[in-house]
Design a protein around this ligand. Sequence first.
Ligand SMILES: [Zn+2]
Length: 604
Amino acid sequence: MAMIPESVVAEIIQRNNIVEVINSFVPLKKAGNGSWKACCPFHQEKTPSFHVSETKQLYYCFGCQKGGDAVKFMRDYLNLDYVEALQQLAQRAGVVIPQNVTPEEEAAYRKRRSEAGRMYDLHEALASFYRQELLQNPNSPVAQYFATRQIPGEYAEKFRIGAAPDSWDASITFLKSRGFTEQEIIAAGVAIEKSPGGRCYDRFRNRLVFAITDENNRVIGFSARIIVKDDTAPKYVNSPETAIFHKGSILYGLAQARDSIRRNKFAIVCEGQLDTIALHRAGLDMAVAPQGLAFRSEQAELIKRYTDKLYLCFDSDSAGQQGTLRVLEFLLPMNFEIYALQIAGGKDPDEIMRTQSADVLHDALKNAIPLTRIILNGLQRSYNLATPNGKVAAAEEAVKLLGAVPNPMLREAYFEEIASALRLPINRLFEFHRKQKRFADNTFSGNQGKSDAADNAPAKYNDMRSENIRHAEASLLLLALNSADGPRQIAECLDEKLLSDSPTALILKELMNMALNGEWFSGSELLSHLPEKLAGDPEVVKMLIRDVELTAEQCRQILEDCPRELQKDYCKRKSQELLYELRETNDIVRQAAILEELKNLRKQ
Ligand SMILES: [Zn+2]
């Protein structure tokens, strides 16, 4: 990729006033001191909820939660990638981007970019073609089969469901008529070459076609379902991996679900296209599904950008249950809050929508079972929990799974639930967990010498912040963002180690550092200092763009109370962690050291 030096990026951002940039596409109205408004260009609305702050150089829509700096706006509004957006802004402000890349690198980059661009266009065209095929031939076998699926037209439109004609070359012929070469058609995976240089034929024939889109609703591939019962043919034929289609990192329905996930603060993960659509039809439009077989960590990372709370809706047959346990193995270390939907009679959402009603699905959501229940239900299938041996084996398995929960207090709470459900002494579970950990620490050389205590470092407690801490950090950030001298004052009276690793705290730390280094600050400049994940988070932009007037008295109070609150919480967490260790260790020397540390903490 063409690299633009950081200094040039900063110059480009500084020389483009966001108000002028956005105003050239969307007329803005002055709304107050340094702030502008418009009807949002990213969603339909009648009263303006799209705000642009000149002082902070940020925009944010309170309706659809899109927001960011000028670069982000160009990317979203004109569908550009990062470099393209910067290039346009550079041109606008007359900034020359130095050519520090070799011509070969540049050429290769351009070629890749234009190839990917062509591939998106090809998929878009083909998706429309399949869609028209379905709409215009209501008597075709595919359309007749589609009718039996009972999917209303608006959902077929929303999810871009189409028909691949019963033909060897209809797709190829269509795409060639749109100017795509045979080579491009093969590279996109929609045609198959019999032998190198030999004849080509359509990959999708006489099937119901689901367009697969990325989170920005660009078509990147297809999944085509068989329409007749035929055990010799695969039920689904999918696009192969291409330059733009990576099965592992796709969540079907995410483009249609993401606003709802943000609004509702949770997502439902189900098993396939038809279940996703069924859940959306039931009004549960926060549903997504992995593309292909299993839900994996890449997809979990994708969804983590939108929510921390997942409802799993997998088949209730034993394969589905085993799958759930495997999924927990990577979800738990990622700090997800997890529930599972259980649908009576072991039916899937698609079946429910065809034979029963949306209420069944809503009830299933309402009665979703919590994490430890999911685990116990899963283990029940492999172990006889009526026998002592079965109980112990199940408990050990549960501890292995739950041991991956990063937060020790949460982990401990889960252990307690398991112990009480199985009526086993909780200490046995802790003991087994410690043994497991020691084994793991010795196995991975990178962790050598790391004791149990190291795992209990304060940072690990951070996501169990009390409401007080959340409030203290939020107040400090409010002060930092709304008082010119705030960041410096905070930096002078607050020890960074007292802060958690919440987004609020991370931004606060960045601001404190910028203040200490005497760096000038604006909202967009701060964004470019933040980790990409955080900078791209609309919640962060929303926080930054908010204007609040603080009185001198309020400022004084925040500076006085909040650091004290954080200090208090830090001591409390540290003591809890030491007490836990004290209870678990048999080492007398360590015990004495812990008691000493506890005494010091109490003094603080
Ligand atoms: Zn909007």
